[in-house]
Design a protein around this ligand. Structure first.
Ligand SMILES: [Zn+2]
Length: 448
């Protein structure tokens, strides 16, 4: 184990389910040993798809056989239209049934986001432990105590138990499709703005903020220094650094008990693209590729916010402009169509009362310097984030994601209603600036 990871696992032992995170070359057999130490010895149900079977599943299960560990293969099928599987309620139910019928005592995911999320949540529902063989450094969810699920058409995160053991062979990770490597980097590049959103909400709404989680996030950020430009040549050390940083980001979410440390407005933009892709049969990209473009967008919006003069914010006018909920609800119905019923559940509790809004904007204007001293501490400029993504040849524009300008605009100005968590998008909207700032951002970020 990386010494820093071993140290953090020991230090946060009480808060974490994860006992071992192994990253390196030829690490699968060590991974089997760690799983045998940390999972019950009865039969394990091993979830794979065709790609992950070839990348790691065949080798991993041969090692299980050698170790005398009983296991059953569970095949995660593509969606009926041939697209990649989605972690939906039905998928979770199906894996739960398979765990029960095979008498498995643990689930093992061989894969990345979707397979890991299905196995995590299904195992958790049955109170069974699980482990994961990672196959791509594509997202930070491996070690997190939450799963991203498409429930009633809305992308939500649901708390669950994290893996006992995660194994990531850097040769396997480095040979993942390059777009998945871009996705992992994009997911981590959100840190400056997702942390800013987390601080912003703690300041303006007195929501919870964890300095312990921040410590882990910072350790993860250090592992990412200098990694991006070495990714296109699939440098093994760089891929291992990216992987370790992703694992630490997931641990930070586990310690915080929510995705807040690593998921702000930039993630809402990505989730909006996913939701509308599925509901309206539109293109989408890997989670972190979308997050990367969302990150540059919200970093740009932070720049516009910090350039405001607080004396010119007319709080009375802003509160007067707040629509009564019933009228706003009607707007949401028009905007979201078939997704309305699912969205409104999240939008309703997040919608401010006039008093809440007055208090929040009052605090913002009275304590404006905290934008620099607290929220701004982790922020970076949109340009520096874009440069780092560009050095790894990651997608930089909405057009690179297959998202046309109108949908890109909607992903910025409508996505705040899909989750009840305050972000820069919410604040920009309360200031009446979300639409003009989105338009300014899109002059560049929509793409050619
Ligand atoms: Zn993410």
């Amino acid at each position: 184990m990386y010494p820093i990871i071993a140290k953090l696992l020991a230090r946060f032992n009480q808060q974490l389910d994860t006992r071992a995170i192994l990253i390196g070359q030829d690490i699968l057999s060590e991974g089997v040993e760690a799983m045998r130490e940390n999972l019950p010895r009865g039969p394990w149900l091993v979830a794979v798809d065709d790609n992950t079977w070839e990348a790691a599943g065949a080798e991993f299960t041969a090692l299980l056989d050698t170790a005398g560990q009983p296991w059953t293969r569970y095949h995660v099928e593509d969606e009926s239209d041939g697209s990649s599987p989605i972690c939906s309620d039905d998928r979770i139910e199906a894996f739960k049934n398979a765990l029960t019928t095979t008498g498995a005592v643990a689930g093992v995911a061989v894969g990345s986001g979707t397979i890991n999320d299905i196995v995590k949540l299904a195992s958790c529902h049955l109170d069974l432990p699980m482990a994961c063989v990672a196959t791509a450094p594509s997202m930070n969810g491996y070690t997190s105590g939450i799963s991203a699920v498409l429930s009633d058409g809305v992308k939500t995160t649901i708390p669950c138990t994290a893996p006992r053991v995660v194994v990531a062979d850097s040769d396997i990770m480095a040979e993942a499709p390059y777009r998945m490597i871009c996705s992992g980097l994009g997911d981590l590049m959100s840190k400056p703005v997702s942390n800013a959103d987390w601080q912003l909400s703690a300041w303006l709404n007195d929501t919870y903020h964890s300095s312990q989680a921040m410590e882990i996030i910072e350790a993860g950020a250090e592992m990412l220094v200098g990694v991006a430009p070495r990714l296109p040549e699939r440098d093994r050390d760089a891929v291992a650094g990216l992987t370790a940083s992703l694992m630490l980001s997931g641990l930070a979410m586990s310690v915080a008990g929510s995705s807040s440390p690593a998921s702000g407005g930039e993630h809402l933009i990505s989730h909006y693209i996913d939701m509308t892709a599925i509901a309206f049969d539109k293109p989408h990209d890997f989670h972190g590729c979308q997050v990367g473009v969302g990150t540059v967008t919200t970093a740009f919006i932070y720049e516009r916010l910090r350039a405001l003069n607080p004396d010119q914010i007319d709080i009375d006018a802003r509160v007067d402009a707040l629509l009564p909920w019933e009228e706003y609800e009607e707007l949401l119905r028009q905007r979201f169509g078939p997704l309305f019923d699912a969205v409104v559940k999240h939008a309703r509790p997040a919608y401010p009362t006039p008093d809440e809004m007055r208090q929040r904007l009052g605090r913002l204007c009275d304590q404006w310097e905290r934008l620099d001293t607290e929220v701004g501490q982790t922020l970076r400029t949109a340009q520096s984030l874009e440069d780092e993504l560009a050095s790894a040849e990651c997608p930089l524009r909405f057009s690179d994601l297959g998202v046309e300008p109108d949908r890109a605009r909607r992903s910025i100005v409508h996505s705040k209603d899909i989750r009840n968590r305050y972000t820069i998008l919410h604040l920009a909207w309360e200031l009446g600036m979300l639409e003009p700032w989105a338009d300014e951002a899109l002059e560049i970020l929509a793409g050619p």
